[in-house]
Design a protein around this ligand. Structure first.
Ligand SMILES: Nc1ncnc2c1ncn2[C@@H]1O[C@H](COP(=O)(O)OP(=O)(O)OP(=O)(O)O)[C@@H](O)[C@H]1O
Ligand SMILES: [Mg+2]
Length: 260
């Protein structure tokens, strides 16, 4: 079980971005984290994967553990070795590198002799990437770049994969493809933590979900319960008449206050 206990994250010693977030991901589960812009989702993920440092952030309280053993979240490589892979927001591929070079970056903790096998596995999962293995990643479409980012994270053979808004900016067909891949990855034995603004997509595959607001996890329930929840439907699934995408939640809430 991957677990976050009462985590607090502060940037530049002043900006409190996460203020008591707790969650857990069972090794066979897909867990969704929903929340509006600025709720602290990305900060939570950075904290879990040892990437706060480069953003001048720090964990000031709480911890992250796997099966009770605390992760060294000050060192990204140590987190990867402990079995946690991540796909950051905005599919950060190295645009001048080839697809294969990008994938190899994800294998920095893997023994040289094991790399070919891992590449084969990723190419098996993403045939498009196999065909383009020597092309610059920068020439790929947004969806293909997202596949590179996911493939790169899979190169370390993680027990848990954390994804930050993998569907953002992708066409509906591509979102479907990414969603199916997430299910496939999970079926193959990887626990998944899926951060999404696209709540409909996330809740369609998740077993369990959390909602973050103002740096806190404020809801924690099976996905089917969240799907049926009126507030979730209104603010996150756009089913509340006027409700739009999650990006409009703040605006919508404000408007609703004015109208009432
Ligand atoms: N490097 C940073 N330095 C200072 N403040 C930051 C930094 N990164 C994020 N923040 C702030 O922390 C808060 C949480 O941001 P975060 O990016 O974690 O939210 P999010 O839920 O991922 O939002 P989005 O849905 O827009 O991606 C925001 O107020 C943001 O401005
Ligand atoms: Mg974010």
């Amino acid at each position: 079980m991957l677990a976050v206990h009462n985590l607090e994250v502060v940037y530049e010693d002043v900006m409190l971005a996460v203020r008591g977030a707790s969650l857990s991901v069972a090794p066979d589960a897909i867990v969704a984290v929903l929340g509006a812009n600025g709720a602290g989702k990305t900060s939570l993920l950075r904290a879990m994967t040892g990437l706060l440092d480069i953003h001048r952030g720090k964990i000031t309280r709480g911890n992250v553990s796997i099966d009770g053993a605390e992760l060294d979240t000050r060192r990204a490589a140590s987190v990867v070795r402990a079995g946690v892979g991540q796909v950051m927001e905005g599919r950060r591929v190295f645009v001048e590198f080839s697809v294969e070079e990008n994938l190899k970056v994800g294998a920095h903790t893997v023994k040289a002799s094991g790399i070919a096998e891992k590449l084969d596995r990723v190419y098996g999962m993403f045939p498009v990437l196999a065909d383009r293995r020597h092309s610059s990643a920068g020439y790929l479409s947004g969806g293909e770049q997202q596949m590179v980012a996911i493939g790169r994270a899979l190169m370390s053979d993680p027990r848990y994969l954390l994804l930050d808004e993998p569907s953002l900016g992708l066409a509906p067909k591509m979102v479907e493809l990414i969603r199916d891949l997430i299910v496939e990855i999970n079926d193959a034995g990887t626990g998944v933590l899926l951060i999404e603004q696209n709540a409909a997509m996330a809740l369609s595959v998740a077993h369990h979900g959390y909602v973050m607001e103002n740096g806190k996890t404020v809801m924690d329930a099976p996905a089917q319960v969240l799907r049926a929840d009126e507030d979730i439907q209104e603010f996150y699934l756009g089913l509340g008449g006027e409700g739009g995408s999650l990006r409009d939640v703040k605006h919508y809430k404000r408007r609703k206050r004015w109208l009432s």
